[in-house]
Design a protein around this ligand. Structure first.
Ligand SMILES: CSC[C@@H](O)[C@@H](O)C(=O)COP(=O)(O)O
Ligand SMILES: [Zn+2]
Length: 209
């Protein structure tokens, strides 16, 4: 794997770390990274078990999501969402994972169209440093039609880093580097786990009253 570019190897490392967390159940998840000084990005091949590592984990695609090299690999089914981010922002890495926690949070708060967090130290990991900073994560409907899904996703992509939940599907986060994207993803998942545990404890305390 040493023959690959620095970015390819960085994405492979992130993929291995997320696999260690067991965030790629049932072949879910897709990851991408921009190849610098080019209009292209590497993205995971579709349908693979992302816990496994091989030289054919990623392929290079253009900003329309079309492969730019001769390959038998198919780009992720959700490549269009990655193209939206790379076209609209200066983000350099996009991570999409399905976890039980992000799915349950998306269902619990889906009717509100968003979930918000305040007064958590870990919000700083998303680049918000003020004491009263709010992290607001939009929740969109999981349209099976990917062009339609990407149209609904687009208005929520305004900054160089961010996160969007797709209801009962998963989360997509992006950042200016792989490091930043992973930090935001981990902070979001931390907050989801916190919120679910808190809701559970409150319900339990309520049942004792
Ligand atoms: C079996 S996971 C569902 C997929 O449709 C999708 O949501 C996903 O995350 C992985 O798709 P992929 O095409 O491998 O990138
Ligand atoms: Zn998905």
């Amino acid at each position: 794997m040493n023959t690959h570019s620095k970015e390819w190897r960085e994405l492979a490392d992130i993929k291995a770390e997320l696999a260690e967390r067991d965030w790629f159940m049932g072949t879910s998840g897709n990851l991408s990274i921009r190849e610098p000084k080019s209009p292209f990005f590497y993205i995971t091949a579709s349908g693979k078990d992302k816990r496994k590592q091989s030289d054919s984990d990623f392929l290079l695609v253009d900003l329309k999501g079309k492969p730019v090299e001769e390959t038998s690999l198919r780009p992720s089914a959700e490549t269009l969402l990655h193209t939206v981010i790379y076209r609209k922002t200066n983000a350099n890495c996009v991570l999409h994972v399905h976890t039980v926690e992000n799915n349950v949070i998306s269902e619990l708060y889906g009717d509100e169209g968003q979930v918000s967090f305040r007064n958590h130290e870990i919000i700083k990991a998303t680049g918000r440093w003020d004491e009263d900073s709010e992290l607001r994560i939009p929740i969109i409907y999981n349209h099976a039609d990917i062009p339609l899904l990407s149209d609904k996703f687009k208005p929520h992509v305004e900054e160089d880093s961010g996160a969007v939940l797709i209801r009962n599907h998963g989360i997509t986060v992006w950042g200016k580097s792989g490091f930043e994207a992973k930090r935001i993803l981990e902070a979001c998942e931390f907050l989801f786990q916190y919120q679910l545990l808190l809701n559970q404890q409150r319900a339990f305390a309520g049942s004792l009253r």
